[in-house]
Structure formats: C-alpha cells, structure tokens
Design a protein around this ligand. Structure first.
Ligand SMILES: [Zn+2]
Length: 337
C-alpha cells in the first residue's frame, strides 16, 4: 500500500466516524419540516398557495434549529478531523519543520472558509432538495384528490419528508404499479420490502402501508448518501486546513506543498473521478483547484458518495512548480521606452 493509499484509508476512517451523527442530524432535520399549527397550513393549502406552505414548513423555529444542528455537527466534525490529521502529520508524516497547532475556528480563516464552502455548496443543495421534495409531495397528494386537511396532517406527521422531488416521482410510479395490479413490476424495484406477501388486488390500506415502507427506505438512503458525502467533504477539508495551518505557522514553505487526487478503489471506473489523477499528474499547489471533467474543483468529493481523497505532501523544492496563477506579462512596449 502506497503512502497515498494509507492516507486515504485514514481519511475514510475518520470520515466514517462522523457519518452516524450526520445521518441522525439529517433525519431530525427532515422530520422537523412540520407545521407548528396545523390550521395555518390547512389555510394555505386551501388557498392553493404551495410556495407559502413550503416556506411555512421550512422556517418554523423547530425546522431552523434542526438545520442549525446539522451545521453544528458538520463543523464539530471538521474540527475533530483536523485535529486528528494534524496529530498524524506532527508525528512525522508531514515532513514539517515544527509542531503545528490547530487554533480555534474563529482564528482560522481556512476553517471558516471550509465551513462556508460546505454551507453554500452541497448543504445548500441538500436543503433545496428537501424543500423541492416537500413541494412535490404537496402537489402530488393534492393531485391525487387528497383534501388540504389530509395533506396537512400527512405533513405534520412527517410522512416522506427528506425525499427529493425525484424520489417522490419514483414513489408515485411504485404506487401506480400497485394500484394497477402490476405488483410483480412494482416489487422488482431495488428497495422492495419482503415483509409483504405479493398478491393481486391489494386493498388501498395495504397499498398505503407498502408505499410508506418504500418511502422510509428512500429517506434512509437519502440520509446515508448525505452522511457519506458530507463526512468525506469534512475529511478532505480537514486535511487541507491542516496543511494551510502548517504553511501559516512556518512548518513548511507553500511552494513545496503538492496535493494529488487519489481515486478510491471502489471508484476506479467512475467516469467523473477516474481521469482526474492523470489530468493533474504533477499535483496542484495547496488551495489551487484540480482540473476535473466537471470543471475546476478544490478537492473531493466530486459527486454524491464520492470516496476519493486528496493526498498532500511535502515535495522536492526543485520540482517544476505546479500551474502558477496567471501573472500579466510586462508590456513589451514600455520595457524598451
Ligand atoms: Zn470520486
């Protein structure tokens, strides 16, 4: 196993320790998208004001607190992994000239920037998916002929919250297949629930139960994907923060630090990630983005559930510098003047 692979295994292990807390925080956030007062939600649904209904569900104090808790979990995880990474590198792995200390987040512009990147990037996307999922649930249920009060009650009970609009669509075709008596078709789906006996002519109550079980599995899958991806982002950010601190604290000169994209063994055939190492064969300077098929990227993850890592090390100072930032050349005309 190469040092890069060993470092990857370590980062993946540190990330996996953060996953359960992130998964719980995601599920709590999904469950918190619930009205404080049912009557307010019913009124908005009766008026057909779906936008306002979505806003009502996602901005209650409970929903905001649950969202803040996800953010706090991620930030605490980032700090914890940064400490672990720096401890490893201080022990000799980094080739650092001196011991690096992890400062409090408020004193580290790099930690603050890492949190902001996650919040404005993948976490913002996940929150908008949750909102779009709620919007889609409301639209679907009203279109199925459910009354505003029944829909509001469903949302209050947190049915299906955490699902994306795409999930809502596949739940819809699952239900349709069951209602049409195409049970075999419906149950061949990957997330089928084996507890239910397959037979034709299911009662509406049986269909509802099966659909609810399917929804729960999809929500669990969403939570899992979120936790995996967010934890890997924390681990990669933590590694970068550790090296930034090392440069800032004079443990290593910035021009000797190179980062390499390391594809995870389970992603060798991933079309996005597989070509990235050769696209950046000489490595990049710390803070310089990697070239990827999807455009420049500061570090992995490149997509949901990406298990890649960046491997940073102290390189030979005589190495050709990585792509340098473009510096305007002096105007030739003025040189001769
Ligand atoms: Zn990847």
């Amino acid at each position: 196993m190469t040092p890069a692979q060993r470092a990857q295994q370590r980062l993946q292990e540190l990330a996996s320790r953060l996953e359960p807390a992130l998964r719980r925080a995601f599920l709590a956030m999904a469950a918190a998208q619930s009205p404080d007062r049912l009557a307010d939600l019913v009124r908005l649904l009766e008026a057909g004001n779906i936008d306002a209904a979505v806003a009502l569900l996602t901005t209650t104090p409970t929903a905001i607190a649950a969202t803040t808790a996800v953010r706090a979990t991620w930030t605490a995880g980032l700090l914890r992994i940064t400490r672990d990474v720096v401890r490893d590198l201080n022990a000799g792995g980094g080739g650092w000239n001196r011991r690096v200390v992890v400062v409090a987040p408020v004193q580290s512009p790099e930690l603050i920037a890492a949190v902001r990147r996650w919040e404005d990037g993948s976490f913002a996307r996940v929150q908008s998916e949750v909102r779009e999922g709620i919007r889609s649930t409301i639209a679907t249920e009203l279109a199925r002929g459910k009354g505003p009060r029944a829909v509001a009650t469903m949302l209050k009970d947190g049915v299906g919250s955490g699902l994306t609009a795409y999930d809502r669509k596949i739940v819809g075709s699952f239900r349709q297949a069951l209602e049409d008596g195409r049970t075999g078709d419906a149950l061949r789906r990957a997330l089928r629930d084996r507890r239910y006996k397959i037979r034709e002519n299911l009662t509406p109550a049986q269909i509802d139960t099966m659909v609810a079980a399917y929804e729960r599995k999809l929500v669990a899958f969403r939570a899992e994907t979120f936790a995996r991806t967010a934890a890997m982002q924390a681990a990669n950010e933590a590694s970068a923060v550790g090296w930034h601190e090392a440069i800032r604290q004079g443990a290593v000169p910035a021009d000797q630090v190179r980062s390499y994209w390391v594809v995870s063994a389970d992603e060798r055939l991933c079309q996005v990630c597989a070509p990235i190492p050769s696209m950046n064969a000489d490595g990049v300077l710390l803070g310089e983005p990697f070239l990827t098929p999807n455009g420049p990227m500061l570090h992995p993850p490149a997509h949901p559930s990406c298990r890649c890592t960046s491997y940073t090390k102290r390189g030979n100072p005589l190495l050709r510098p990585a792509r340098l930032p473009a510096v305007p050349l002096p105007q030739l005309a003025t040189v001769g003047a």
